[in-house]
Design a protein around this ligand. Structure first.
Ligand code: GTP
Ligand code: MG
Length: 311
């Protein structure tokens, strides 16, 4: 941080204690935020943010530079080949992937599986990295991780040590935790950040039509930071969103009745999950920056996410 022009060690400390401990965090901040959290003037805040952005080279890039960044996109296998091919090889780094669907559709199970799989070496579909799990619903279950490890022949205790879990208690807390994750990404080699569910607290705290605008603004801000984290640190960000399925349609317009999916303003992939018979689930890629829309059937098993038997 002190490499930046105009930032000495005292200033770096001040910024760090206000939550801007890295150049990335500073570059992603708003001048108003920095000013109010540090007591610096607005223009001084603007100046150091610009310095951070320059240091990270955030501005116009030539298309070949963008291409080079795209070439660095890596993927985490979901455990199901069907689901992986729907996603173009697995859950991508650099963007947010949203899994949305009704209760029991498999959102949390997929998150658990990804926390295991991100730890695999590249040749097995992982990123050799650590998972950070923001648990907003109290549904993280280490024993599910243990079963998944056993099935994959991984050492459960080692795998559990590479998943850091934070239980969030309200939407502000959830946002604060995500801010804190930024400081740990490089240090702890975090390659996957899960927020399960990203919308629950926001819905509960801002019920009804009157508060809809405020809810959406706050949620947008949160998604914006998540999306920046994904892009800047080149990690996978996975969020879940519970929606109520409309009984009269298979896929028709599942979102309309449910209050909308959340990623309207953030680049990413949206995957709608729907229950089929028993443990089978169907996933539909609803919106992706470049992949064709499509569907995939997978199964929730004791061992984790798998292709349906017989496929
Ligand atoms: P909400 O959080 O309530 O919105 O649901 P969700 O989409 O997160 O659902 P979740 O991922 O928790 O899926 C629950 C389903 O996973 C259960 O109904 C089971 O079908 C399946 N499941 C969970 N654990 C096991 C397990 O140990 N064995 C098997 N076979 N299936 C399991
Ligand atoms: Mg869940």
């Amino acid at each position: 941080m002190t490499d930046l022009p105009g930032i000495g060690s005292a200033m770096a400390d001040k910024l760090a204690s206000a939550g801007f401990g890295t150049i990335e965090a500073l570059a992603a901040a708003l001048p108003q935020e920095v000013a109010s959290l540090t007591g610096l003037s607005l223009s001084a805040s603007q100046r150091i943010i610009s310095a951070a952005r320059e240091a990270l080279d955030l501005g116009f890039k030539t298309a070949d530079e963008i291409y080079e960044k795209r070439m660095k996109v890596a993927r985490i296998t979901t455990g199901s080949r069907n689901l992986d091919s729907l996603l173009g090889g697995g859950v991508e780094t650099q963007i947010i992937t949203e899994f949305y669907g009704e209760y029991g559709s498999g959102k949390t199970q997929i998150c658990h599986q990804l926390c295991v799989n991100v730890q695999l070496p590249a040749e097995k579909g992982g990123l050799d990295g650590v998972a950070a799990y923001v648990d907003c619903e109290g549904t993280f279950r280490p024993e599910r991780i243990v079963s998944m490890c056993r099935a994959a022949g991984l050492d459960p205790s080692r795998t559990l040590k590479n998943i850091i879990v934070a239980r969030a208690y309200n939407s502000d807390h959830q946002m604060l935790i995500v801010d804190g994750v930024q400081d740990m990404v490089n240090e702890k080699n975090i390659r996957l950040l899960v927020v399960d569910s990203v919308t629950g607290f926001f819905r509960a705290e801002y019920p009804g039509r009157e508060t809809l605008v405020m809810r959406q603004q706050k949620l947008n801000k949160h998604l914006h930071s998540l999306s920046r984290i994904a892009y800047m640190y080149e990690i996978a960000v996975v969020v879940t969103n519970q929606v109520v399925a409309r009984p009269d349609t298979v896929f028709g317009d599942p979102i309309a009745a449910a209050g909308g999916h959340v990623l309207f303003h953030a680049p990413g992939a949206r995957v709608f999950l729907k229950k089929l018979k028993g443990n089978r689930r169907i996933a539909k890629l609803v919106d992706s920056p470049y992949l064709p829309e499509g569907e995939a059937v997978f199964e929730l098993t004791e061992d984790g996410i798998r292709d349906p038997a017989g496929d």
